[in-house]
Design a protein around this ligand. Sequence first.
Ligand SMILES: [Zn+2]
Length: 66
Amino acid sequence: MATTDDSFDGLREHCDDCDRKTLHQVSVQIRTESRKEENAQFSREPYRVSECQNCGARSSQRMNNA
Ligand SMILES: [Zn+2]
């Protein structure tokens, strides 16, 4: 078995602010986006939100952009 010392429930990702890999807490948010007026529909898009546990910077990314 591979050993790991990473018991934190997070991911190591690159943070632009820290300019290195840091732990990030990742969650998924559903955001309601309003479209153009004539198309008075709302679409709910899942966003992946990651927050740097070192500096607190957040970045969000739309998940379903193919
Ligand atoms: Zn950071």
